[in-house]
Ligand binder design. Structure first.
Ligand code: PAF
Length: 281
């Protein structure tokens, strides 16, 4: 596995890797969710590249950029064991040099949900992912369903800008009690970790109503809210039952609709989602 900080060296190594190339962008602090993306890329492609870069442009003022967990040596050891070929760990100043002023802005689909709570977040994500695509020139790029809106934004950007690559979205990896894996779970103390299962419980409550025949969007949102409000350490940021393509809120719910939510557990902000599937009703 080759590891470099330098763009010129990354390009040189990339050129030397024949066949199809799979790319997994990360901010480090890797967990089994990231590992599942690298494993999928490894299975699909001849060579695999990973970036580790905590992207300052996607953090708002007052967010956790400074505190974001960093574990470079552990991450590199994991990537080596997973069979990655190439890892880029650029410095912030090389991606955003002094005078930097070029941004990628995806419009409608970035406005609801995370866009409402984290203005500017997706501008930072789309810009860095576009820069990473230009650096790695992958055939396929792998993202987690856990960040469903991010995946939708990247798909839109790839279509709109004509990046010659396929976006592959892989299933959310969960703890046995349902908590979706996230680097931010490391912020939770024992009591908060217990409370954090409320996200998955809320999604399951709405899914159970849907499976029982309920088709009203507001009823499903209400079921998620009730579950969140029953947990004293949890504070709702949003609950949503949306069209998976546009992310606009639904009055009447159909198969494929996306349930999603953002909840604060103490000072930690967590998100999760589930797609509704048909049960023949
Ligand atoms: O999902 C993430 O970890 C980040 O948003 C990404 C895609 C690596 C861009 O910084």
């Amino acid at each position: 596995m080759r590891v470099t900080e330098q763009l010129a060296e990354l390009r040189e190594i990339r050129r030397s890797l024949p066949g199809t190339f799979g790319f997994v962008p990360t901010m480090g602090a890797l967990h089994a969710g990231h590992a599942s993306l690298v494993e999928r890329a490894r299975a699909d492609c001849d060579a695999v590249g990973v970036s580790i870069f905590v992207n300052p442009a996607q953090f708002g003022p007052g967010e956790d950029l400074g505190a974001y967990p960093r574990s470079r040596e552990r991450d590199l050891a994991l990537l080596e064991s997973l069979g990655a070929d190439l890892v880029w760990t650029p410095a912030a100043a090389s991606l955003y040099p002094p005078g930097y002023q070029t941004w990628v802005t995806v419009e409608e689909i970035t406005r609801p949900l995370e866009g409402t709570c984290r203005p500017g977040h997706f501008r930072g994500v789309a810009t860095v992912v576009a820069k990473l695509f230009l650096a790695f020139t992958p055939d396929r790029a792998y993202f987690g369903q856990k960040d469903a809106q991010q995946a939708a934004v990247i798909r839109r950007m790839v279509r709109d800008l004509g990046f010659p690559l396929e976006v592959v979205v892989c299933p959310t990896v969960r703890e046995p009690d349902g908590l979706a894996l996230s680097s931010r779970n490391a912020y939770l103390d024992a009591e908060e970790r217990r409370a954090a299962t409320v996200l998955f419980r809320a999604l399951c409550a709405a899914r159970a109503l849907y499976d029982g025949g309920e088709r009203g969007g507001e009823a499903l949102r209400g079921a998620m809210r009730a579950e969140i409000h029953s947990e004293p350490l949890a504070k709702e940021e949003y609950v949503s039952v949306a069209d998976p393509g546009t992310l606009s809120e639904l009055d009447r719910v159909e198969d494929g609709a996306l349930l999603s939510l953002a909840v604060r557990i103490g000072r930690t902000r967590l998100i999760d989602n589930l797609a509704l599937e048909g049960n023949g009703r």
